[in-house]
Design a protein around this ligand. Structure first.
Ligand code: NAP
Length: 327
């Protein structure tokens, strides 16, 4: 098959579309003919050599895909050749073929494009597990989602709104702020122009107004995040874009009974991922089917132009997902 490989010996680690070995598939897996995949920020870290795939995962980039089943393992009874599917992957999405355990497959509705299907798995499952499982976000709670214009942010805003929460968010441009409001954020703050914590405190007239925070920024926001949390508030870290080292007065946690949670999706076991996928489908798939929630697609590139597409992500230009078409 053809796949993207990382030229680690060259400066900038350029990505090249070239011939590699086909993946093999197990008795309980299917082989999927990938039609579209999508970029995640983590792909840039992996490409730079800072985020190796978990043991046993493909070395090829790509944490999600949509495509058509090309072959099924001998034990597979509930999926057939030709079925349209999408799935979260531990790697291997930037390619023509990938093997997927059947328990991770999600059926792609007939009227959805493969590009739409490819833009769901990683960001919606990440937002889902962290908001609704790790932080146990409940209806009528207030949630602050940092990086509202990111792939994960656009997913998190929509699901939190759909779950009946008040949503506050931060983003770095006026265009992203406006888009987050369109997606349902009650208050979207340009963090480059105003202190988000002060804005939220003024807006709510409350010193500790937030129940749950989904954070990708880390060190720079830590003190302000802690300050904003309400009694029994939860702060979930899924990235540390500004740095990972910080200080904490532990008494702040005790007094308001706060919880600070760190979380990754990729290295979890298959059993955990299947549970996350199933709970996500049960709670939110009907909202996808009726169009209330949508994958937000910034742009679509042919996979051969992946270097240009990565550059857009690196420069923080995307709102939602950048999809790579594999044909
Ligand atoms: N732990 C997990 O399991 C998991 C899973 C998936 C994703 N993630 C993480 O979640 C984050 C979002 O992923 P994604 O693929 O959706 O990202 P993305 O679409 O590439 O968006 C990331 C956005 O973060 C903002 N940003 C970058 N540096 C920043 C900084 N120093 N301070 C504040 N904002 C900054 C930028 O938007 P602005 O223009 O608004 O600054 C950028 O567009 C990434 O950091 C990713 O690694 C973690």
């Amino acid at each position: 098959m053809q796949a993207i490989t990382i030229q680690t010996e060259q400066e900038g680690h350029p990505l090249v579309w070239q011939t590699v070995a086909d993946p093999t598939y197990q008795a309980d897996e299917v082989l999927v003919d990938i039609q579209a995949t999508a970029i995640n920020r983590a792909d840039l870290f992996q490409r730079a050599g800072h985020y190796p795939p978990p043991p046993g995962a493909s070395e090829i980039l790509g944490l999600e895909m949509a495509g058509q089943i090309k072959a099924v393992g001998v034990d597979v009874t509930n999926w057939q050749v030709g079925d349209r599917v999408c799935a979260l992957l531990p790697g291997g999405g930037y390619a023509e073929l990938v093997n997927v355990p059947t328990d991770m497959l999600m059926a792609l509705p007939d009227d959805w494009s493969y590009e739409q299907g490819a833009a769901i798995s990683e960001v919606f499952l990440t937002a889902y597990v962290n908001l609704f499982m790790e932080a146990n976000l409940q209806a009528e709670e207030t949630v602050l989602i940092h990086g509202g214009g990111s792939g994960v942010g656009t997913a998190a805003i929509q699901m939190a709104r759909q779950a009946g929460c008040r949503v506050f968010t931060t983003a770095g441009t006026a265009e992203k702020v406006a888009y987050c409001e369109k997606l349902g954020a009650e208050l979207a703050i340009n963090y480059k122009q105003a202190d988000f914590a002060k804005q939220i405190q003024q807006y709510t007239d409350h010193k500790n107004p937030v129940d749950v925070i989904l954070d990708i920024v880390g060190a720079d926001y830590f003190a302000r995040n802690i300050q904003l949390l309400n009694l029994r508030g939860r702060l979930v870290f899924i990235s540390t874009l500004s740095g990972a080292k910080t200080q904490l007065d532990l008494r702040q946690l005790m007094g308001r009974r706060l919880r600070v949670i760190g979380s990754v999706l990729r290295s979890r076991s298959l059993v955990e991922k299947v549970e996350i996928k199933q709970r996500f489908l049960n709670q939110f798939w009907p909202s996808f089917l009726d169009g209330t929630i949508k994958p937000i697609i910034d742009s679509v590139y042919p996979i051969q132009q992946v270097n240009e597409a990565h550059e857009q992500i690196r420069k923080n230009r995307n709102i939602g997902k950048i999809v790579l078409k594999v044909v």
